[in-house]
Design a protein around this ligand. Structure first.
Ligand code: ZN
Length: 311
């Protein structure tokens, strides 16, 4: 079985704790590979380890990672308010909860979590931010689109659970499951995030390249969107997305997006399409979002303005 603890790197000086989590969905191994790459760099590259605090890297759904499937019995990123331990994902969740509780109990400073994912369809890297000021400050340092309001559409995610526990967190979608750049995008996000809260020296040589990689990959995409619609998919999964859609593309009201048992699924409103489903498992067919204006991350006043751009 894949190890739960990929590794820990601890600086001599006290500081914040950052937990990187990869593979909460078992068909998304890029996050795990990215965390392994960051750990290896911190330990062996000669370019320096952490200047303060500690970095802990964990795996998510290990039995599903072994089989390269999203989940075996239940989606491990939808069950965090449903503590049933009698199945595979329940046992994985119980173990993760115990480890996260222990990390928090042993941390003198603040604790942050980075939850790494990939998408089934084509997408630029983007960050998913729960609606707290701490999350917005943390995730807002990433030069990629920020997706707000997702937790209003899907329940029981790890990040929503952690929000209620007072953790600061960001979800990061680094590209498609098998995308050539998905590992590099995920590790770039980790470098920028741990740098932003002082785990690295301010002039750490790995940070400029990471920022450039993300900036280039996200070029031309909106700075922030807010999700307003989710198309749910039932367990029988007769949902078929039409080919060729990609995250953040604009769709018109009434545009044909998918078929479900020969019934046409059309966009109920105009908006930006997010995470169209192109894999055999998953409960979300697609999301629709609208572009919102947000203030730059300066004084921690990252509130969406009421002014909305026209789609
Ligand atoms: Zn995922």
């Amino acid at each position: 079985m894949i190890e739960r603890l990929l590794g820990t790197v601890e600086a001599p000086r006290e500081g914040p704790t950052v937990v990187g989590l990869g593979g909460l969905h078992g068909n998304e191994p890029a996050g795990v590979r990215a965390l392994e790459a960051v750990l290896s760099e911190l330990r062996h590259s000669g370019r320096g380890g952490l200047s303060r605090g500690r970095f802990i890297a964990l795996t998510g759904n290990r039995p599903a990672l072994e089989e390269n499937v999203r989940f075996l019995e239940r989606d491990l990123n939808r069950i965090w308010f449903d503590p049933e331990v009698a199945d595979t994902e329940g046992r994985e969740q119980a173990e993760l909860l115990e480890i996260l509780d222990e990390i928090r109990a042993r941390s003198s400073g603040p604790v942050y979590i980075i939850d790494l994912h990939t998408t089934s369809g084509n997408a630029p890297p983007f960050a998913v931010i729960g609606d707290t000021l701490g999350n917005r400050r943390f995730g807002g340092v990433l030069p990629v689109p920020l997706v707000l309001g997702l937790s209003d559409q899907i329940q029981g995610t790890l990040l929503e659970y952690l929000d209620r526990q007072g953790w600061v967190s960001v979800g990061f979608e680094s590209g498609s499951h098998l995308g050539a750049d998905s590992i590099v995008m995920a590790s770039s996000a980790v470098w920028l995030l741990i740098h932003s809260i002082g785990l690295l020296e301010s002039d750490d040589p790995r940070v400029p390249g990471a920022r450039t990689a993300l900036t280039l990959a996200a070029d031309g995409f909106p700075r922030a969107v807010e999700v307003f619609h989710r198309h749910p998919v039932g367990p029988e999964h007769s949902f078929r997305m039409l080919p060729g859609f990609r995250s953040f593309q604009s769709v018109r009201k009434g545009e044909l997006l998918a078929k479900e048992r020969d019934v046409e699924v059309r966009a109920p409103e105009a908006g930006r399409l997010l995470m169209p489903l192109y894999q055999p498992r998953g409960g979300d067919g697609f999301f629709l979002a609208r572009v919102v204006q947000i203030e730059p991350v300066i004084e921690g006043t990252l509130e969406p303005s009421t002014e909305r751009s026209r789609e």
